[in-house]
Design a protein around this ligand. Sequence first.
Ligand code: ZN
Length: 188
Amino acid sequence: MRLQRTYPVACLSLAIITSSSFATAEAMHSVVTPPSCSNNQGEPVLFISRSGLQGQVAAGMANRDTDGNPVIYRMNYDTAAPAFQRFIDFHECAHHQVGHVDQPHPPRNSFEHLMNESIADCVAILRVREEANESYAAILDDLKTAMTRVGFPKSSTDSRMSNVINCYENYGSSAEFIEGVLNQSKAD
Ligand SMILES: [Zn+2]
């Protein structure tokens, strides 16, 4: 039996709101089929839909459930465009792929916390490039709009965007990147 984890990797701070969900409550989207995802120990990750919280915010959370199984909770996904739902899935999956879920959660907004988020964003956009490249521009737009509307300062939004764009334009495959992160954490 595994220890129950007390530090979920929640990405609510990276909350996603589509522009349309602000204008009309009925602007709902269909929810995409989850991508394939397994963690750094080869365990399959289960995607579970949840609604509630603040109704119009789509967000994800990577965690282990009470039985110790790796899971991703998908919250209010129908408020986000399908391409953006996929980006959130890839981002949360990345937290499992590089082992963040099983590490102590770094203090909020610490350098390490921001680094973990940058890593997850990087893996996510590389998977977009590999599996759904046509949605890249729309995802950038949605990400920028969402962060601005949720109230992030322009500096945070700009640095997140430039990280994502840099990864997309300059990095190798998601698999290579993940391997590099795992080797780095072994070396620490
Ligand atoms: Zn995250």
